[in-house]
Ligand binder design. Structure first.
Ligand code: AOF
Ligand code: ZN
Length: 347
């Protein structure tokens, strides 16, 4: 038996197949039922500029199976001409009698509900709305605040340490957790790190777009990190483009690059989401701007008091003054765990 929640979960699954390719658009999946409630087609938004999920699903049908049927989709169907014509027009043309969606489109250009209703189509909204909003949290922040979404990723021991004083931080977590990091990275338009991390770990950090904060241009630009991807180096005193590297002269604030400037510039450059993967100092500075945190925990204890904590650079002695977070989920990447949480004061 297919109920709307089960079908909506399927829409989420389909939508996620577009991860890493649809930005700045939302992730959208769609399931089409015939008038007897059988699934006759599925689709999703594959890539920015290409067909929306509804069109992808409906164009697979050639014999009118969808006539009098139901279309289930995780976002209110669009009613505007963008890169593609309105989904509502195709839904009306194909004779569907009901549309079920999870969340309204926060894009002010869209009013699909009204268009569908005035064509006599029954509209049911709000099915798994909260999950749908989480799936498209980046799109929601971009559209409503005109700002880049910032996620932080860290990996610590049970006692919250990111490295021993000897500097060995690269292998805190297991291979399984590190494989998951690659999946997480793919969700974000760019990854961001600091020159200290590049010098200490010499990572490649494979990604389409990489942001490096390197105030004094201390990095060795022959390092593997610079060998692939489009790279944006925020620094003090240099600007211009050299091969795949764009240097951006950045104001300095309290001896540090101005993070607000970095984030504003990133949004102007079309980088709608960032995953920060750095050490304790940068994580501490980014905490005030973070929308979400991915925290891997390895079942290890070092008790090394000289090593950094995951979020360094500040210290709160009164527990009532501590920074509040809301746990979202715990995932098992045995032997490690992934805790996902959201700052309370940013939301
Ligand atoms: C849908 N289904 O699969 C998506 C929607 O420039 P365009 O044509 O790609 O339009 C982008 C806008 O359309 C985007 O901001 C959002 O409001 C909506 N995205 N809508 O019905 C989809 N991706
Ligand atoms: Zn559309």
């Amino acid at each position: 038996m297919n109920n709307y929640e089960t079908l909506m979960r399927r829409c989420f699954e389909l939508a996620k197949q577009g991860e890493g390719r649809v930005s700045p658009n939302p992730l959208v999946g769609c399931v089409v039922l015939d008038k007897d409630g059988n699934i006759v087609s599925e689709g999703y938004h594959h890539k920015y500029g290409e067909n929306h999920a509804e069109r992808d699903a409906l164009l697979k049908l050639h014999n009118g199976e969808e006539k009098g049927g139901t279309l289930v989709v995780n976002l209110e169907p669009c009613s505007h001409f963008g890169k593609t014509p309105p989904c509502t027009d195709l839904i009306i043309e194909r004779g569907l009698s009901r549309v079920v969606f999870a969340m309204s489109d926060v894009n002010p250009k869209v009013n699909g509900v009204q268009k569908l209703k005035s064509a006599g189509i029954e509209v049911i909204s709000g099915v798994l709305e909260e999950d749908a909003r989480k799936l498209n949290e980046v799109f929601i922040k971009n559209m409503t605040e005109q700002k880049t979404f910032v996620a932080l990723k860290t990996a610590t021991t049970l006692d919250g340490k990111i490295a021993t004083s000897g500097g060995s931080s690269k292998w805190i977590t297991s291979q399984k957790a590190r494989d998951e990091v690659k999946i997480i990275r793919n969700r974000y338009d760019a990854i961001l790190t600091s020159t200290s991390t590049v010098i200490a770990d010499n990572p490649t950090m494979a990604h389409r777009k990489k942001i490096l904060l390197d105030r004094n241009l201390r990095c060795d630009f022959d390092a593997p990190f610079f060998k692939e991807g489009e790279i944006f180096v925020f620094c003090s005193g240099k600007s211009g483009v050299s091969d795949n590297i764009t240097f951006i002269d950045t104001p300095v604030f309290n001896n540090r690059l101005d993070i607000e400037f970095v984030l504003e510039k990133a949004f102007q450059l079309g980088i709608n989401s960032i995953l920060v993967e750095a050490g304790g100092h940068l994580n501490g500075s980014f905490l005030a701007f973070a929308d979400k945190i991915y925290h891997f925990i390895a079942p290890k204890i070092t008790n090394d008091n000289t090593s950094l904590s995951a979020f360094d650079g500040f210290s709160i002695t009164d527990i009532n003054e501590s920074k509040p977070f809301r746990f979202d989920s715990v995932n098992d990447f045995s032997p490690d765990l992934l805790l996902t949480y959201y700052p309370m004061d940013n939301k």
